[in-house]
Design a protein around this ligand. Structure first.
Ligand code: 3PG
Length: 213
């Protein structure tokens, strides 16, 4: 375990993090602009498609106001690739020693994924006090987060997996939830159709929900 200080996450305002799968890198920039228009200044482009690295590169270059994270970073070898593409931080559904070594070596802010108390404790030992609870709803949802707060009060979470506008407020209202993420903001059919006004509408709705939570 290294004592090296972990780099801080970029300071974004939004408490809602869109989790995006991009099949055509040309959609990435208008998508990022549509999210910004709806009040969301952070996004996670997942490494779940061949277009992901090109999409990250395009947004990093053209939309500097967007705090851009690379998601689904599951292997150490992904880390230099997302850094080269211009990601400002990374998220993972889990946490391995090799990944932690790689993000430290790259100086890349990182949100490790966890699902059990032991995983939370292990990620905390590595110095991560903000962790992604994944898959949040399937693992126990808001009740699980409340239960984790008692023994592990110093850890804050970004729950993702199964979140919707209906259950978002119940997550954001929890004191140990820093932000919440999900794919509902960027439906595949809206991306394919270039329906940016629908994305902006979904972003506005989520922004309003996060302000009233
Ligand atoms: C993630 O990687 O955070 C999840 O796949 C998002 O889950 P959702 O599609 O249920 O929002």
């Amino acid at each position: 375990m290294s004592a090296t200080r972990l780099p801080a996450l970029p300071a974004f305002r939004s408490r809602v993090v869109p989790v995006v799968v991009i099949d055509d890198a040309r959609t990435a920039v208008p998508l990022a602009q549509a999210l910004l228009e709806g009040g969301i200044d952070v996004m996670e482009i997942t490494l779940r498609s061949d277009a992901a690295l090109d999409a990250i590169e395009a947004v990093a270059r053209a939309v500097p106001a967007m705090h851009l994270g690379a998601g689904t970073v599951t292997r150490a070898a992904d880390v230099p690739r997302v850094v080269d593409a211009g990601a400002r931080f990374a998220l993972s559904p889990g946490c391995t020693d090799a990944l932690v070594d790689a993000v430290r070596a790259a100086g890349l802010p990182f949100i490790p994924g966890v699902m059990t108390p032991g995983e939370v404790m292990r990620a905390r030992e590595h110095g991560f006090l903000l962790q992604k609870l994944f898959p949040a709803v399937q693992a126990g949802g808001a009740a699980l987060l409340k239960a984790l707060a008692a023994p592990l009060p110093d850890v804050r979470f970004c729950p993702t997996g199964g979140l919707t506008p209906d259950n978002l407020p119940s997550f954001l209202a929890l004191p140990n939830v820093a932000m919440a993420g999900g794919s509902w903001l960027t439906p595949a059919d809206a991306l394919a159709a270039g329906d940016w006004s629908r994305i902006t509408r979904l972003a506005r709705e989520a922004t309003a929900l996060s302000r009233s939570a």
